[in-house]
Design a protein around this ligand. Structure first.
Ligand SMILES: Cc1cc2nc3c(=O)[nH]c(=O)nc-3n(C[C@H](O)[C@H](O)[C@H](O)COP(=O)(O)OP(=O)(O)OC[C@H]3O[C@@H](n4cnc5c(N)ncnc54)[C@H](O)[C@@H]3O)c2cc1C
Length: 522
């Protein structure tokens, strides 16, 4: 049995398998080590336009054509109907007051619908990870990746040339040597423990917890009293509101619901530790039911629902490793940190990191610039996690003030849609890093808007004047980057994907209307 490899990848979630496949395509010998066994339950399912674009780019660049259909709902359904997934047409938010049923406000101040695609065929998806990750592992094996599941990693030692991994499989000790180790084992994963890597906190980020499972029988919002207005209004919503990442937001937390085409749904809650402890999330299903008691309209959605798995309680949801790389090893972004599911940032950050690591592998593990490249990878990984954490912390601080929450979340939607469009137009130089963080104009404005909320929050929040001027400043900040009509307040929080918005924004993207039309035709 071969025990000497160029690259060892620890963890066979989608991140590990994809990294292993790319390394194989670059001609490396690769071993993928997994402690569990597929198919298995995994959380983290909702993809975004940017995540799918990155997946598509990786599939094209590294000759992985069988992954291409997974980047869009339509091609996925046509090519791999056996791999369960969900249709995600956009981001749906409803705001709830504890103890009160949702009663739709005619000005829609209690909801936000942001479409991510104009039609189902090219829409995003929720990845049913049990199927999705299993498929990717088999693809990796078909490319020649050696796969060891049910393998215990006992220890690791590094020298300047390689890593020595002590593993145990089926009661047998198997030492493995690799020239480089990629840790894809998730937050607080293998290398974090084996090397006792230090953990740091995200600045200003509240301690949070999560509680989640998969369910059958979750009703659609439009079939409940809370969503009944959706059926009666003359103006149809920009997309079917349940075919989305659905967020039910309340003071101190939010509930997600992601529906799969197999009839089940992923649902859970993320909340500040104060609220989570008050509701006793640690008790699992009982804690969940206590939460639903406070949210009558959400409770109605779960009236006939049954959980398919025991509830998972995450007592410390966010995580940030102080160290991301070392001699002969690197953590994937998903192993280096996790913020919150709120803006579905996990997949794009992981895929971005895989793309960067792939570049490092391409340049060669003997390159004299290896250390410099690895340090840059670490810097970018932490910087992107930090900016995501800052925006999500700001949103947590405004969850009791939904109009403010809505305005602030437009910072995300403006940056994400601008970046996606710039990349699709093959103009990456226009998009300055994740959330346009490196953009000389947008980056400082994003930080300034967040800082104003975060600084005021411990002192009772913003004054009415400061709040109004902040909301205006958010619109001013996003206007030069708005390619999705987000600044049009007459839309009253419903934002479709409309060709005219992109055409109107061609100047912001430094392209002609013809180029936008060509993009739309593609
Ligand atoms: C509650 C929650 C909701 C989320 N929702 C979203 C979302 O909607 N959208 C989004 O983009 N992101 C979301 N995320 C983040 C998302 O889950 C991660 O980005 C994603 O799972 C990363 O994939 P991965 O393959 O790198 O790691 P993982 O999915 O964490 O897989 C790690 C693998 O490593 C294995 N492993 C662990 N330890 C070891 C070990 N010692 N030895 C060998 N194998 C090991 C595990 O068994 C597993 O198979 C969410 C995260 C959480 C916690």
């Amino acid at each position: 049995m071969k025990t000497d490899f160029d690259i060892a990848v620890v963890g066979s979630g989608f991140g590990g398998s994809l990294t292993a496949m790319i390394a194989r395509r670059l001609g490396r010998s690769v071993i993928l080590l997994e402690r569990g066994r597929h198919p298995r339950f995994a959380i983290g399912e909702s993809s975004t336009p940017l995540a799918n674009l990155l997946l598509e780019e990786l599939a094209r660049r590294y000759d992985l054509p069988r992954l291409l259909p997974l980047a869009k709902w339509g091609s996925w359904q046509k090519t791999y109907p056996q791999i369960a997934c969900g249709l995600k047409r956009g981001f749906t938010f409803y705001h709830h007051q504890f103890g009160q049923s949702f009663r739709s406000d005619s000005e829609r101040r209690d909801q936000l619908l942001v479409a991510a695609s104009p039609r189902d065929e090219i829409a995003d998806t929720h990845w049913y990870r049990a199927d999705f990750d299993h498929f990717l592992v088999r693809e990796a094996q078909a490319l020649g990746v050696e796969y060891f599941d049910q393998t215990k990693l006992e220890a690791v030692a590094f020298d300047s040339q390689s890593a020595q991994l002590e593993t145990e499989r089926g009661g047998e000790r198997v030492p493995i040597r690799a020239r480089f180790v990629v840790d894809a084992s998730g937050p607080r994963g293998f290398l974090h423990r084996a090397l006792r890597l230090p953990e740091t906190l995200f600045e200003n980020f509240p301690p949070t917890q999560a509680l989640y499972s998969h369910f059958t029988g979750v009703r659609r919002w439009t079939d409940t009293a809370g969503g009944s207005l959706m059926r009666t209004v003359a103006e149809p919503p920009p997309y079917p509101v349940d075919d989305a990442a659905v967020h039910h937001v309340f003071a101190g937390g939010w509930v997600w619901i992601l529906r799969f085409n197999s009839g089940n749904a992923s649902a859970g809650v993320a909340a500040t530790a104060g609220l989570a402890n008050a509701l006793q999330f640690a008790e699992g299903e009982t804690g969940w039911n206590r939460l639903l008691e406070r949210l009558p309209s959400v409770r109605e959605l779960f009236r006939d629902a049954t959980s398919q798995w025991p509830f998972v309680h995450a007592p410390r949801l966010s995580f940030r490793s102080a160290t991301v790389v070392g001699q002969r090893w690197a953590l994937l972004p998903s192993a280096a940190g996790f913020v919150d599911p709120l803006l579905s940032t996990g997949f794009p950050l992981t895929l971005q990191g895989i793309s960067r690591l792939a570049g490092i592998f391409e340049a060669g593990l003997d390159s004299p610039r290896l250390e410099e490249r690895m340090n840059e990878y670490a810097r970018q990984t932490l910087q992107e996690l930090d900016v995501a954490a800052k925006l999500v912390a700001t949103l947590y601080a405004s969850m009791s003030d939904f109009p403010l929450f809505t305005a602030l979340s437009l910072l995300y939607f403006a940056a994400a849609s601008f970046t996606e469009t710039a990349l699709r137009l093959c103009r990456p130089e226009l998009a300055g890093g994740f959330l346009l963080n490196d953009h000389p104009v947008f980056g400082p404005r994003l930080h300034s808007c967040c800082d104003r909320v975060l600084q005021a929050f411990p002192h009772g929040g913003l004054t009415a004047t400061a709040r109004a001027s902040l909301i205006d400043d958010v619109y001013r900040a996003i206007e030069p980057f708005d390619v999705a009509g987000l600044c049009d307040r007459s839309r009253r929080n419903w934002y479709p994907v409309a060709a005219r918005d992109l055409l109107n924004a061609c100047g912001k993207l430094s392209v002609s209307q013809t180029e936008i039309n060509q993009l739309l035709a593609r």
